[in-house]
Design a protein around this ligand. Sequence first.
Ligand SMILES: N[C@@H](CCC(=O)N[C@@H](CS)C(=O)NCC(=O)O)C(=O)O
Length: 216
Amino acid sequence: MTITITAFERSPDGGKGLARDTRVRWALEEVGQSYDVRLLSFKAMKEPEHLALQPFGQIPTYEEDDLVLFESGAIILHIAERHAGLLPRDANARARAITWMFAALSTVEPPIVDRSVARFLEGDRSWYEERLTIVDERIRTRLGELSRYLGDDDWLDGAFSAGDLLMISVLQRIKSSGILDEYPNLSAYVARGEARPAYQRAFADQLAVFKAASTV
Ligand SMILES: N[C@@H](CCC(=O)N[C@@H](CS)C(=O)NCC(=O)O)C(=O)O
């Protein structure tokens, strides 16, 4: 089985590991699956060859023999279903872990992504500061709810799962705003995920790509 994923040739985050190939790398590292990476420029991402794999011209994609997937959540669910280590064996616990994958992507990630969009695309508008305040309140509502749920637990539902992998990947995107620091148990949760050897390898690999691009 040969697995190839796509990633930015030069990630706009400067190698902080926030591009969504990192979460796929992390999942593959957790299950001990080797993979190749095809690097793409922004231009190549919008060309027919890549659009045939990813209709929205984005990364990451995942190719495994003749299977092609896109959407980081779907890719990680596929990896977790085919390899041990990211989903519990018990059917109900497995369903709950998948629920957390959806919660990360459809309940927690949207306001966090909205903040990045506001900063990058609307930062010069007269109403930007007002909009940012509203977006930040929506983020705080979600983080407050998540923080109360997590409490003093290490992971969202028993052992570490793909639900934690996605939730931590989503929360990482808000670290630089300082908002995450308002929720010490969530900061510790993210740090716990980042301390996992599989995450460390995934992070180092994506950083190596960014450094190589920067020396050209
Ligand atoms: N929902 C998609 C989002 C993919 C996405 O937004 N990818 C970003 C990089 S992290 C991208 O390719 N951005 C460039 C673009 O949208 O043109 C997923 O989870 O895979």
